[in-house]
Write a protein that binds this ligand. Sequence first.
Ligand code: NDP
Ligand code: 2IT
Length: 453
Amino acid sequence: MHDYAEEVLALVQAKNPAEPEFHQAVREVVESVERVIERHPEYRAAKILERMVEPERVIIFRVPWVDDQGEIQVNRGFRVQMNSAIGPYKGGLRFHPSVNLGILKFLAFEQVFKNALTTLPLGAGKGGADFDPKGKSEGEVMRFCHSFMSELYRHIGPHTDVPAGDIGVGGREIGFLFGAYKRLRNEFSGVITGKGINWGGSHVRPEATGYGCVYFAAEMLATRSDTLQGKTCLVSGAGNVALHTLEKLIQLGAKPVTCSDSTGFIYDEQGIDAQKLAWLREIKNVRRGRVQEYTERYPQASYTAFVPGASSSPQWDVRAQCAFPCATQNEINEEDARHLLANGVTCVVEGANMPCTSEAVKTFLDAGILFAPGKAANAGGVATSGLEMSQNAMRVCWLPEEVDDRLRTIMRSIHAACMDAAAAYGTPGNYVNGANIAAFIKVADAMLDQGVV
Ligand code: NDP
Ligand code: 2IT
């Protein structure tokens, strides 16, 4: 890395100690865009990078609530309003015990670039709480969401900051959050996306992240005159992104063979088909159970529990051609990456945010396989949130086909933007550089236009 990039990274590390995921996300962008800054010294002069790594605003708040035993619980809530150069802050809320400021800053930082790639006018933010919805009753989840919104509502709005879901925040939580906002503000607006279809939601928003990933994979494969038809695919996670990735893979004739949760993974050598996926949906969305229950109905599949602290994960040591990590950050390390390559994987598409460590990404890029960073490949979710905002503003509801067509067009244009930027800066086929560069230029130019703010 060159001096200036090192300088920015050192500044971030010094100012934000103990935030390793944030450092990781910043490092990747800085390494990609240093070639842009060399060609365009005006960005350096205007301290664009130094401004981008500092959130515009961070809100941290207490979230007290009463559990079913009558005991008072206290969680910590956050909203990181990262960058509003090209639109209102936009990004999900994550409810998971691992949530802390550093994790949310990495997610908010990634969101800046992702949202810029969507072609829509969306700034970036991320928020959440160290609350674990797992094992909580409906009443507990509702009381938590209402308490969370009783502080957050004063910081957000349809033209200011528009949250959505992420890990641990699905349709149920969005409903409780929206209900609280509506009551507190006495207004029905598009302040949150991922709403129910009968009350302001968009068709295809629940599916959009997973579908978008698969559309992106198809675009990448097409550059090598290939398709998903008949490809054996590994998918991790069993949440919103993973289940809709599985669905679209099945529709396009691929053969997904794995999925997982935080305790273990399923391997079904015969392939997860539409019927088996329906069972997985019931396990996750109705029973709120574990993927292990898959084998109750399909005993030919194997379930392997993860060993905490293991140096690699067995879910990435399976023969396949494509991999879609759709669970969480840093779930593929260098050793996993080597296993994937040894098993014949030639296309890795990040459905989750930053699921591959820096070393894993380097391993894939050095091997010359197709590798799609999450900020490009999973942008279909937030893009469709942008489409939900447009429909809310116009008080209309587009048909599912119309939203899906727009999603496909957006994924195609993100793919093209990555390809073009990567080639223009001397690294053809490198989607990491392509995504970072195309997005950086868009946001940086907006910041230049708006002066020192
Ligand atoms: P969900 O909460 O619906 O599902 C998350 C899945 O990942 C669950 O199967 C969960 O297992 C697993 N998981 C979560 N944390 C861990 C962990 N620490 N280790 C192993 N497995 C884990 O979330 P989403 O599907 O919405 O999100 C998945 C990823 O996709 C995240 O990285 C998110 O940021 C990203 N993303 C989501 C978008 C969206 O629209 N929802 C858009 C773009 C990106 P368990 O039940 O055991 O916790
Ligand atoms: O990481 C993400 O892009 C999301 N969780 C979706 C954000 C959104 O505003 O739809």
